[in-house]
Design a protein around this ligand. Structure first.
Ligand code: MSP
Length: 650
């Protein structure tokens, strides 16, 4: 059976981070799961390349929009390739194929009477030549700070208001259409609140898909982007490809409305079948804080994959995060879970099992039916896990696999095969024990191949199979399918234990190096300091008087000690001399930009009369002053000439 699904097409304003990677690796897991179930899955991702932001970002670094998006689209492709993610279609919105689909959809909607020309009034920035959708006339432009004006232009509108009842009807008849339920309720109350027509074109932008015969109109944001899912299914020729309608759109929760309201309305207007389901997952937070380029706390996937293997990240995210809810990412938690579940759990079971069979049975799977109670548990596990995957309950699925692993570990401890091997009367019991644990290992591999394809392939190979691990089918996962007599191949550890502190340090170093690589690639490094201040930091804060300023006591500080804060990858804890009897204890979010040893002896600027506050159980008696530009790491303020600690800045 076909199973066509999608993840978002990502904006080309930067290279992928683990947020994009999360959705895409879930899709890859799902694809492999569907294949395991005997279906024919195929999924689309790609890049959302048009719009004024891209035009501007390209201009800032002296590139054409086309060159700029080519570079970033290539980064996305390179990431998915390197990470072994098997996307079937990669749709770029700047491609001709996509342009044809968007224009065709527009014609269908227009022909059916759902598009009309109207006037759009918005908050316009005359300097940037764009409507600032997030602000009102009279407010400062979020980009350059100039006051926005009310401007009216002619646009094409989509009659979204005509779809209110049809959409509500759809949500009621098909409660599974929007998942999880909380999102469905949110969308329903939004639609019940009334829908207004949607402006779907702009005239002030040149980097967009032209509206046929209607220059200078180009399509605007969501009408262009959502249709990429149809482009991936063959565009206007969707019927012959047979993939459409999509079985699933997987998205982050912030774009559920566009997918659950606009998209079905566009499709109904064009007379096309609707997708079966839209699933919105939560956000990945970094150290419990929302990841954002401005905060400089975005984590990139490639260094993690290089240092620990991508499977470690896949496993961590699927095991740790309840799919649908927000979840936390932290380097230390990643390495700790890797050690506990992969090195000590699965990895240990694999190496113990295989080396015992090598040692006691010359590397051949013994002849036995295995233990009934283990067989029973394995059968129940298979049933539970396959169902849990179907419901996107990855964490519960993995938890159950690990219960089975524990049961096999327990059997090994209880039976002590090394003792049985010495006793000729225990031959049958030893055969049974070894068969049981090897069969558990095989079944776990089958269940885990969607989640950790690369590592499972290695264990599978060591188990002596001729076929590939990712060719396993669910129907092979019944007890007793492991053939007696199968010859194992030599074993090698698949999940070596990692030193937590050293690995976290390596990961952070890798992240910094990756940022530098991306900065250079995107032409950001030399431009960063030159960026106009308003560009970097937004509009100025309201005016203050000298009396206001003088209230802030800024002091020269000398860093005496600096250490990383356990469990918080971006925090450093410092002792800073500001000329008082005791040095100050200062906790600052600069660990991604500076290593502790780089700071010792350095003169910095401290806000010395700020009320103390607690961070991660440590008291911070002041704040260190740093600057950052959009997307960049903090850069500490300092001095070119020497000045003693304690001197006041004014
Ligand atoms: N281009 C639009 C989508 C158009 S789809 C027709 C867009 N792009 S985006 O680059 O901002 O990507 C947003 C998506 O990336 C989210 O919906 C989610 O899938 C993923 N994520 C980005 N940051 C994320 C987190 N911090 N956490 C989890 N997923 C995140 O919106």
């Amino acid at each position: 059976m076909k199973y066509y699904f999608t993840v978002p097409i990502y904006y080309t304003n930067g290279a992928p981070h683990i947020g994009h990677t999360y959705t895409t690796l879930v899709a890859d897991t799902l694809r492999r799961y569907q294949r395991l179930m005997g279906n024919a899955p195929s999924f689309t991702t790609g890049t959302d390349e048009h719009g004024v932001n891209v035009e501007r970002a390209a201009r800032n670094i002296g590139k054409t929009p086309k060159d700029f998006v080519d570079t970033i689209a290539q980064e996305f492709r390179m990431h998915w390739d390197k990470l072994g993610i098997q996307a079937d279609q990669f749709v770029r919105t700047s491609s001709e194929e996509h342009q044809r689909t968007v224009q065709w959809m527009f014609e269908q909607c227009r022909k059916n009477g759902f598009v009309y020309k109207g006037h759009y009034t918005g908050a316009y920035c005359v300097s940037d030549n764009l409507f600032a959708t997030e602000a009102k006339p009279g407010e400062p432009c979020p980009i350059c700070g100039r006051i926005l004006e009310a401007v009216t232009e002619e646009n094409f509108f989509f009659k979204l208001s005509a779809f209110q009842e049809k959409l509500l009807d759809l949500y009621e008849k098909h409660p599974e259409f929007i998942q999880p339920d909380a999102r469905r309720n949110e969308v329903m109350s939004f639609v019940k609140g009334g829908l207004t027509d949607l402006s779907i074109t702009r005239t002030g932008i040149s980097w967009g898909i032209p509206v046929p015969g209607e220059a200078p109109h180009v399509f605007y944001v969501w009408f262009d982007a959502l249709i990429a899912y149809l482009t991936g299914a063959g565009g206007s020729d969707w019927q012959s490809k047979g993939a459409w309608p999509a079985d699933l759109h997987l998205v982050g929760k912030e774009i559920i409305r566009f997918h659950a309201v606009y998209w079905p309305a566009f499709l109904m207007a064009a007379g096309l079948p609707l997708p079966k389901q839209i699933w919105a997952h939560g956000w990945l937070l970094f150290d419990n804080d929302k990841m954002s380029k401005t905060k400089g706390n975005v984590v990139r996937p490639l260094p993690i994959a290089e240092i620990m293997g991508f499977d470690a990240l896949r496993y961590y995210l699927l095991r740790e995060v309840v799919f649908g809810q927000d979840g936390n990412f932290g380097y230390e938690a990643l390495v700790t879970r890797y050690n506990a579940d992969l090195a000590n759990g699965l990895g240990n079971l694999a190496s113990r099992t295989l080396s015992m069979i090598h040692q006691y049975r010359e590397g051949r799977i013994p002849e036995s039916d295995g233990d009934q109670h283990v067989a029973q548990l394995a059968t129940e596990t298979v049933e539970f896990v396959l169902e849990a995957y179907a419901k996107f309950e990855f964490n519960r699925a993995l938890e159950r696999v690990w219960s089975l692993i524990s049961a096999a570990d327990k059997l090994i401890v209880e039976r002590a095969p090394w003792k049985l091997a010495k006793d000729p009367d225990s031959k049958e019991l030893l055969d049974r024990t070894l068969y049981s644990v090897a069969e558990v290992l095989r079944i776990c591999c089958g269940l885990l191949t969607p989640v950790m394809p690369e590592s499972i392939a290695k264990i599978w190979h060591q188990m002596g199979f001729e076929s590939e691990a990712d060719a396993v089918e669910a129907r092979d996962l019944h007890w007793g399918h492991l053939p007696a007599g199968q010859q194992l191949r030599p074993t090698a550890g698949v999940f070596p234990r990692l030193d937590v502190k050293a690995t976290v340090e390596k990961l952070i170093e890798g992240e910094l190096a990756e940022r530098r690589r991306q900065d250079i690639l995107l032409g950001r490094e030399p431009k960063a300091e030159d960026a106009a201040p308003a560009m970097a930091a937004g509009p100025l804060s309201p005016e203050i008087t000298i009396d206001d300023f003088i209230k802030v006591d800024l002091r020269v500080g000398k860093v005496l000690e600096a250490v990383n804060v356990k469990g918080a990858d971006k925090l450093l804890h410092m002792k800073v001399d500001i000329g008082e009897a005791e040095p100050r204890s200062i906790v600052a979010g600069i660990a991604l930009a500076y290593k502790p040893e780089q700071l010792i002896g350095r003169k910095v600027v401290i806000v010395a009369n700020l009320a103390p506050r607690k961070l991660r159980g440590l008291t911070s008696q002041g704040m260190i002053v740093a600057a950052s530009v959009d997307g960049g790491l903090p850069v500490l303020a300092g001095f070119n000439e020497d000045i003693p600690a304690g001197a006041r800045l004014k």
